[in-house]
Design a protein around this ligand. Structure first.
Ligand code: NAD
Length: 297
């Protein structure tokens, strides 16, 4: 069944996600603040919208993929917000990684207008977005998730229902806090071994088959040249930016304070990435955290 989809936010993730919806046969009305991003989708069959409001006109589904909470609240809330324009009953998939509190606020405002909203942050990176193999971590009503499933299947492979509104964001933040910690820990361990005379590839192979193994040693090694086709072997270009990781660790810290939880390693990781960003590395892939531990001679 072909639907009309309003898609807002066509960056590293949103661009390829929109492309996969086009490939699945849907009609897309696309909007981004960057005209080039819109043009590249138009070349593949999407219709350009001059504003976000135009993109959602007559849409059966609205998808947004923006950087952070303030962009999402700015898009949907207030007098100029999209919730004043989107038709009652429409399904909205908000896929950005944002504060659970923001997701709940926007979702409650949507519900007051009879709009069905899901928070559906993703995991799997730009590679997963291009390949259509993302993991969607969904918060909201189970019935709305069932309506969203055909669209989510066009963009992803694994779909989880974490709970009610905001729960998708909570689960996503927990995952990314752990990812930030394990990447820094992996960089630290490899740098320790190399400082003591080991070869980084040999040490990585040993850890990958021992009890310290993890996602970084298996798929995303931070040491340049140990693995092909990962950001560390491409001067840390592409992938998941240091500043986006820093944002997610900040969201974890906020969630921790709100719930009076204890997250000492998450806080330490946040400080390490903040220091790394302050040293001018905010736009590099987050595995470049290795630079804090090891300077190539
Ligand atoms: P990005 O910066 O590449 O893309 C964001 C896009 O939103 C940009 O094109 C920007 O112009 C557009 N935008 C911002 N405000 C807008 C507005 N008001 N109206 C229309 N367009 C607007 O970021 P990204 O890497 O695509 O990440 C998007 C979200 O996905 C973030 O929340 C990020 O944390 C999350 N995420 C990213 C990755 C990754 O590997 N890059 C992985 C998982 C989740």
């Amino acid at each position: 069944m072909s639907s009309t989809i309003g898609f807002i936010g066509l960056g590293h993730m949103g661009g390829p996600m929109a492309r996969n919806l086009l490939k699945a046969g849907h009609a897309l009305q696309v909007f981004d603040l960057v005209p080039q991003a819109v043009q590249s989708l138009v070349q593949e069959g999407a219709t350009a919208a001059a504003t976000a409001a135009e993109a959602v006109k007559g849409a059966d589904l609205v998808v947004s993929m923006l950087p952070a909470s303030r962009h999402v609240e700015g898009l949907y809330l207030g007098d100029e917000g999209l919730l004043n324009v989107i038709a009652e009953g429409t399904l909205v998939l908000e896929c950005s990684t944002i504060a659970p509190e923001s997701a709940r606020k926007v979702s409650a405002a949507a519900a007051r207008r009879g709009i069905r909203m899901l928070d559906a942050p993703v995991s799997g990176g730009t590679g997963g977005a291009v390949a259509g193999t993302l993991t969607f971590i969904v918060g909201g009503a189970a019935a709305d998730l069932e309506s969203a499933r055909p669209y989510l299947n066009a963009m992803g492979k694994n779909i989880f229902h974490a709970g009610g509104a905001g729960a998708g964001q909570v689960a996503k933040i927990c995952n990314n806090m752990l990812l930030g910690i394990l990447m820094a820990g992996t960089a630290e361990a490899l740098a320790l071994g190399v400082a003591n005379g080991l070869d980084p590839k040999t040490l990585s192979d040993i850890i990958a088959k021992s009890s310290g193994r993890n996602w970084a040693t298996e798929l995303y090694n931070p040491w340049p040249g140990v693995m092909e086709n990962v950001p560390s072997s491409k001067d840390y270009a592409g992938g998941f930016g240091v500043d986006l990781m820093l944002k997610d660790l900040g969201l974890a810290a906020e969630a921790s304070m709100q719930a009076r939880a204890t997250t000492p390693l998450g806080e330490l990781a946040r400080n390490l990435y903040a220091l790394h960003s302050a040293q001018g590395h905010g736009a590099l892939d987050f595995s470049s955290i290795l630079k804090l531990y090891h300077q190539p001679r």
